[in-house]
Design a protein around this ligand. Structure first.
Ligand code: HEM
Length: 389
């Protein structure tokens, strides 16, 4: 006769496996709860309505002065032997001429400022750049910039001491949101970076409440691989602007349908300046134009579309982008020593413009003082080298 021992206890490994499984389930449940709590918190925190006007926090002007000193320090740190460069976007892929045209059928409510006259074509300069303060290899992860300067713009300029400019600038890069919210955070972040204390930039203290994990992720996403060519990227103003009485963010998107069919040839990405080469191949060697659309996204203050926080991307599901102009960069020989020097000596600034497109929000108020100070500083130093106009 055979007996089966039904009372036998499971072995050690079996019990261990069960305990580990239980632990894993608990951890999963805690992670799910934390995710739900985080999601709920951000859904609550990032919900409208928001202010439709600027709200200037106390102490902003003093912080701005401090940031100017840091910016100048960065310019000094990255200077070349015979040239002072920009504090940001130091390396240009080229400055090209362009035409910016307002469509004949532009909707009446979009006819604001430089877009007021349907059919109007503005002559413009466009400077394409890498974001870093140091002119590094294009292959390295970085933001990519597009700065547009419309010429011969009538009307009073926003900056009283720049009355003779007659320009309207749009200064953008290829990511929709910024890695800081406001001036206070910018001061702390850039200060840490300029001191070489990168770890402190997003984790300023041991207190977890001061950690800026979301902003670190934005910074990581902004520093991205290079596009095949600067003509294939989408560029965002990131910060808001007036658009008549409305508030908008700008965006420039490639518009290949408005140009003859052209495929950008893949360049040797090991070469330091392959983005310049791609631009040169399209516009100069192949004599092919590049087309873009300039668009606006209007603030709906009933949604979470804040003016004072550049880390928040305005959702397209809350407000779609609308095209207000076509940009055409025609075939041209832009890569000449004279034009490259002229390009380096240009100053783009969101505040070079007219009241209808006044920059708004803390980061834009900060940029007013900093761009002017850095531009003046590098021009004054370069005059000493005989390379400034
Ligand atoms: C909204 C976010 C921002 C965007 C989209 C942006 C974009 C750009 C671009 C594309 C350029 C190159 C312009 C050119 O080609 O000459 C530039 C330059 C510059 N940016 Fe920004 N930037 C932003 C925020 C800031 C902030 C917060 C600061 C510092 C307060 C800053 C400081 C500068 C400076 C000093 C220059 C060089 C100005 C010159 O020397 O002419 N930027 N930026």
């Amino acid at each position: 006769m055979m007996f089966t021992d039904t009372t036998r206890r499971p072995g050690f490994f079996c019990r261990l496996a069960r305990a580990l499984l239980k632990l894993a389930l608990w951890l999963l449940a805690i992670a799910a709860l934390a995710f739900a709590a985080g999601y709920g918190y951000y859904a609550w925190k990032f919900s409208g309505p928001v202010a439709a006007e600027e709200q200037v926090p106390p102490g902003e002007a003093a912080m701005t002065q401090d940031i100017i000193q840091t910016a100048i320090r960065i310019v000094d740190q990255h200077r070349e032997p015979t040239r002072y460069l920009r504090d940001a976007h130091a390396k240009a892929h080229g400055c090209v001429t362009a035409q910016v045209s307002v469509p004949q059928n532009l909707a009446p409510d979009l006819r604001q400022g430089v877009f007021a006259e349907p059919g109007k074509t503005w002559q413009a300069w466009i400077r394409l750049s890498n974001g870093n303060a140091y002119p590094q290899f294009d292959q390295l992860q970085d933001a990519r910039g597009m700065a547009i300067k419309l010429l011969d713009v009538p009307g009073k300029q926003l900056m009283a001491d720049q009355a003779e400019r007659h320009e309207q600038d749009f200064v953008m890069f290829n990511h929709p949101n910024f890695f800081v919210s406001d001036v206070a955070e910018y001061r702390q972040n850039i200060g840490a970076q300029a001191d070489g204390k990168q770890a402190l930039a997003f984790f300023p203290s041991l207190d977890p409440r001061s950690w800026q994990l979301r902003h670190l992720l934005i910074a990581k996403a902004t520093l991205a691989n290079a596009p095949l060519s600067p003509t294939l990227a989408t560029y965002y103003s990131v910060s808001p602007y007036k658009f008549g009485s409305a508030n908008v963010k700008f965006r420039v998107v490639p518009d290949p349908a408005s140009c003859p069919a052209y495929t950008v040839a893949k360049q040797n990405e090991d070469l330091p300046n392959f983005l310049r080469t791609a631009l040169h191949q399209q516009l100069t060697t192949d004599q092919q134009p590049a087309c873009f659309m300039l668009q606006v996204q209007r603030q709906d203050p009933s949604k979470y579309m804040p003016i004072e926080d550049t880390s928040v991307q305005w959702k397209e599901s809350d407000a779609p982008f609308q095209t207000v102009a076509a940009i055409r960069v025609g075939p041209q020989d832009f890569d000449t020593p004279a034009q490259n020097l002229m390009c380096d000596n240009l100053s783009f600034n969101p505040w070079h413009g007219i009241e209808a497109h006044r920059p708004i929000g803390g980061i834009n108020r900060l940029r007013k003082a900093v761009y002017e100070a850095v531009s003046e500083y590098r021009h004054a130093r370069n005059a000493g080298f005989g390379t400034a106009p």
